[in-house]
Every structure is written in structure tokens, then in C-alpha cells.
Design a protein around this ligand. Sequence first.
Ligand code: IMP
Ligand code: MG
Length: 180
Amino acid sequence: MRDDVERILLHEQTIFSRLDELAARLTADYEGKELTVVAVLNGSLMFMADLLRRIPLPLRIDCLSVSSYHGGTESSGTVTFDQHSLPDIDGRHVLIIDDILDTGRTLDAICTKLRSECRPLSVKSCVLLTKKKSRAAAIEADYFGFEIGDEFVIGYGLDYAERYRNLPFVGVLKASVPGK
Ligand code: IMP
Ligand code: MG
């Protein structure tokens, strides 16, 4: 796996230091509020687990699964919700957690759907990474860990064709990887 990485962008310790800062902000912002965190599977798993263990609030955790990539490195443009029931967030403050904001279509589709169908008190978003680029959907994350360039990254939850999620760092995939 390591041989397929062109270069490491964010080492584990760099990620962890940033998570400490993010968690402190979120703890202050959601203190005293009924918070439900909605994690977008599968990419946000590592980020969610490490971030939430730094937030000492009585929050709830729910998960959502959507598809937009279908295996490649370019978003297909359509976002499909993979499950039949949406999280029970009626009257709750919601923080959506995702791995990366790219075109913005995924986060936009999720925010719109939860706001229109689930009656939350508020919906905000928190991503580990945000790509510096113009987006297809006019949305920015309320909280983010790092801003990166417009390149395809893997590791710490992020995949290419479902591989590399368990790398402990975020890195750039080599252009020579088969199928890329
Ligand atoms: P968006 O809908 O284009 O913003 O894409 C969001 C989703 O695409 C993320 O949740 C990721 O699953 C995936 N994605 C976007 N960019 C990357 C990347 O560089 N590496 C791995 N997955 C990515
Ligand atoms: Mg994802």
C-alpha cells in the first residue's frame, strides 16, 4: 500500500494536533445543546472516531451512506442515498461529518435532504479536508481540518476504489497506480 503513495501530505501527529483544536471549538460551540453527529460512511470513520473522542459532550452518533464516485477519482455528479430510513434528528442540532469537501455535491445533497425531511433545529458540517477549488454546489464546510490543493488523496479514511482507508496518514496517490 505504502508503495502506491506519491508523498505524505498530513502525518498522523499533524492530524491529531488539528483534531485537538477542532474538538475544542466544537465543544465550546455545542455545549448545552442536544447534538447528533451524522457521519457520512465510509470515508469519515477514522476522522469521526478520533474527533468525537476529544469532545466530552453527551452527543448521539448516527451514520448515513451515500454514493457518488462509483470507483473512480472523479465524482459522477449524482448523489444516491443508500439507506431507506434517515436519522431521527427531529428537534436536534446536527453536525454532519465527512472526510473531504470536493465538488460540494455530497454535502449539499445531505444538508438539503436532512433540512427538508427530518426537522432538525440546525444543520452544520465538519470535514477533515477541503479542496481549494470552485465547487459545483455553492457550499462550504462550517468546520474543517485542513485546506488542500485540488489533487486526489488517500488514507485516514479516504479511499481509492475502496483501498487505502487504513493508512494512518493522508497522502497523494501515485499517478502510476493501475486504473487511476
Ligand atoms: P463531493 O461530492 O465532490 O464534494 O465529494 C465528496 C466525496 O467524494 C467525499 O466524501 C469522498 O468520499 C470523495 N472524494 C472527493 N475527493 C476525494 C479524494 O481526493 N480522495 C478520496 N475521496 C474523495
Ligand atoms: Mg466519502
